[in-house]
Design a protein around this ligand. Structure first.
Ligand code: GLU
Length: 420
């Protein structure tokens, strides 16, 4: 579904609400509502048939007061400057809430990767990395996977970036990108990290609410990295997935859809439609699924004034970035549906990216247990900070999450002052 308004305006609305609630310093408000740098690059790439195609790529660096710019790269036809700006700002809040020494950025290329061969994807990725040049760097701005990008693409970015460096500096620069394959310096647990983080947060929420997750029903939008991992990790807990939607359509089965079987099918076919053990439903029927939990894990602006009145769950936990627009947010709250906001709920990915960055810098390899337990600790601390802030300000969790981030940023700006 198409976005109605500017995504960045949506971020500013969320930001203003929190800034008002906490009486954020007006000068710091002026700083944080703007991005620091916005890079747009156009670059030519040779296609398999010998022709040349031009591509438009972006990197928006929203803020680096707390540490190097950090955030993913998205390959999607809907990528534009407005979307990348919004996604970059959400990264600033996300890293601040998780108490990471990192800032926020995001980038991407406006194109449909499904229409290109692996060889073309490699050349597009390498040429984009070359075009970004020194606008990214291991101690300056560190990309990672996002929608339609993966460890293979990160490996190409790594290789291209290292090839552009003096030979003596290459071995100490593997932290230029995170989400790499394990053999190329990636971290254990990074692939599942966002889904794993969602499940840790859900378990904690269920404990607090005395809610039995083992008997819960839920439905997922998007069956990519985040949606499929969350579902697979919820399976041993006992929660039942009763509907799923991706670009190819929606399917439902009140008796439960097995996440591992669906993933096997989707990996083979490249989509969920046609999966044999579920029936096809339309988008509006899907949005009306009666369940305990809804996990949007696809594109932004899915819960809007049109769809929020249809949602019939206790809890929405946002695996996607920005799946709920301002109207959708208000309507869910009015209807008593609790929201665990994106900048808290999906922070697991960037937290394990931070661990990968640290391991590369220290030349260490942590095992999965170490990564998982550190992720759990960091995320639950963030959860508690947001929960306590919501109580302190008597506000919703999204606003509370912003307040946690803005307090930290306000503190460092006040401490350091403005140059000159
Ligand atoms: N793309 C992910 C996000 O939206 C992860 C970013 C990262 O690991 O830097 O949070």
């Amino acid at each position: 579904m198409k976005r109605k308004s500017s995504l960045y305006e949506n971020v500013i609305e969320q930001f203003n609400k929190a800034a008002d609630a906490m009486s954020l310093d007006p000068n710091i408000r002026k700083i944080l509502r703007e991005t620091v740098n916005e890079i747009t690059v156009h670059f030519p790439v040779r296609m398999d048939d010998g022709s040349i195609q031009m591509f438009r790529g972006y990197r928006v660096q929203h803020n680096n007061a707390l540490g190097p710019f950090k955030g993913g790269l998205r390959y999607h036809p809907a990528v534009d400057i407005d979307e990348v700006r919004a996604l970059a700002a959400w990264m600033t809040w996300k890293t601040a809430i998780a108490n990471l020494p990192l800032g926020g950025a995001k980038g991407g290329i406006q194109f449909d990767p499904k229409k290109h061969s692996p060889r073309e994807l490699e050349r597009i990725t390498r040429r984009f990395t070359y075009a970004l040049g020194s606008n990214i760097g291991p101690e300056y701005d560190i990309p990672a996977p996002d929608m339609n990008t993966n460890p293979q693409i990160m490996a190409w970015i790594l290789d291209t970036f290292l090839s552009m460096m003096p030979p003596q500096e290459r071995q100490s620069s593997f932290h230029i990108v995170t989400g790499k394959p394990i053999e190329s310096g990636g971290s254990q647990g990074r692939m599942k990290a966002t889904g794993q983080g969602l499940v840790y947060i859900l378990e904690r929420w269920a404990d607090d609410e005395v809610f039995d997750l083992s008997k819960a029903t839920y439905f997922v939008q998007g069956f990519g990295n985040v949606g499929s991992w969350a579902a697979r990790l919820l399976k041993p807990i006992g929660a039942k997935m009763i509907a799923v939607e991706d670009q190819s359509g929606a399917i439902s089965n009140p008796a439960g859809i097995d996440p591992d079987e669906l993933l096997e099918y989707a990996t083979k076919k490249g989509k969920i439609s046609g999966y044999p053990n579920a029936k096809v439903i339309d988008h509006f029927t899907y949005m009306q699924t009666v369940a305990d939990i809804f996990i949007p894990a696809a594109l932004e602006s899915q819960i809007t004034s049109d769809t929020a009145p249809l949602v019939n769950v206790k809890l929405v936990i946002e695996g996607a970035n920005g799946p709920t627009d301002s109207d959708g947010d208000r309507i869910l709250r009015e209807r008593g549906i609790h929201i665990l906001p994106d900048i808290l709920a999906n922070a697991g990915g960037v937290i394990v990216s931070y661990f990968e960055w640290l391991q590369n810098k220290r030349r260490e390899y942590w095992d999965l247990e170490e990564v998982d337990s550190k992720l759990h600790r960091k995320l639950i601390k963030a959860y508690v900070r947001v929960k306590e802030t919501a109580e302190e300000y008597e506000t919703d969790w999204r606003t509370a999450a912003y307040i946690v981030a803005l307090r930290r940023l306000e503190h460092v700006y006040k401490e350091r002052g403005i140059f000159p």
